[in-house]
Design a protein around this ligand. Sequence first.
Ligand code: ATP
Ligand code: MG
Length: 413
Amino acid sequence: MKWSAKQNETILAGDGLERVILADGPWRAGKTVAMAAGFLLWAQEHFRGHQFLLMAKTSQQARLNMIPKLADAAADIGIPADHWDWSDYRKELKVGPRRGYNLYIFIDSATAGSRGKLRGVDAAGMWATEVSTLDELTYLEGVGRCSAEGSKLWLDTNPAINGKGHWSYRYIKEAERLKVKRFKYELGDNPGLPADYEATQRAAMSPIMAARFLDGSWEVDASTQVYPAADMRIEPRPPGEPEQWWLVVDAGFAGTTAASLFGVWPEAAWLCGEYRHSAREEGRLPDSAHAGFIRSMMPRDGVSTRVVVDPAAGGLKAELAGLGVVTADALNDVHQGIINCSIALSSGWLRFDPGGSDWTRRELELYRFDERSLAVGEAKPVKREDHHADVCRYFVSTYLAAGPSAAPEFFRV
Ligand SMILES: Nc1ncnc2c1ncn2[C@@H]1O[C@H](COP(=O)(O)OP(=O)(O)OP(=O)(O)O)[C@@H](O)[C@H]1O
Ligand SMILES: [Mg+2]
């Protein structure tokens, strides 16, 4: 392959002093092929008999994106075919002679659940692709594994959906402190792209999408984001029982039913557990089945649980009543609810236990105002994958309305 100047610099970046090599920018800019070549060249040149991590959101990514591009790079570098052994079953790649090969271990990292696979691994480096789609905890566990002398992190990504609010933006913002060599790609850095690619794509995209995916800008999407991801405090709930439990439910007959369990401790409230059922993905369930699941989420530790339900969910409320569960209607003013929830998040009053908040965190991060509504001075959220976001809103608003004695510190500032 005939590389562009930017790709060439990326490929040789392993010789530099920086610990992190980052390639960010638009779609199709030639980042990943250059990363694959640079990472493999550096690892094979500097190490023998070491382990490395390959990280992507799903194993599909390994199969379709990482491994083929590494294989092309290997051919380019001149690694003989019998020095290459990819096991799709084990998700492991061996490169090098039989004695002294390097082992590349693939880790999918869509959720924090993958962290366990990293226990005990001792690595000399990692290539993480599309970093802005990875789970932060799994990613950090991978970083922590890279303890060998001279280890490096190779990262490529498009700008995150939530722009500068995403955790990975710290590699750009704090490049010096984190010892990052950044390569900011543009479409022109891929000599293999058809001449009309950019124009064709741009014509089909909204300006916000084009800024992110064709210009590679991290600035864009924050304007439409309802809650900045930076506001989300993820930390384990305190030990012991809370002062109150709140079980809050959003119900959709043909859509998704979501419920979350919140514990209120003196200093803050924690989201501790979630229930989600998508009728579209998993088939419809009768209200009685949802009611059974929801009741089983009520802790039996002697602390009272208040159950708050979407006011429109008449059938579910009746089923819960039939099981002896007393419910109250959630306060459902969208606009005020978003304001309340924003304050609860930015003040750090509403926190997220890492063990029971995956769906909610994902939804809150993706929760967007509709661009058209913003353009006419309204702020309406996009109604899509917003069930756990609605649950948070119900919780904060209903909790606040329960009286000044219940009002947390955040509301007094
Ligand atoms: N120097 C080059 N010469 C010819 N083709 C190239 C060159 N660099 C990249 N390509 C091709 O362009 C396509 C996009 O490259 P690559 O996957 O590296 O882009 P990317 O920046 O990672 O894009 P995305 O953000 O979509 O993952 C690939 O098919 C790749 O083989
Ligand atoms: Mg790529």
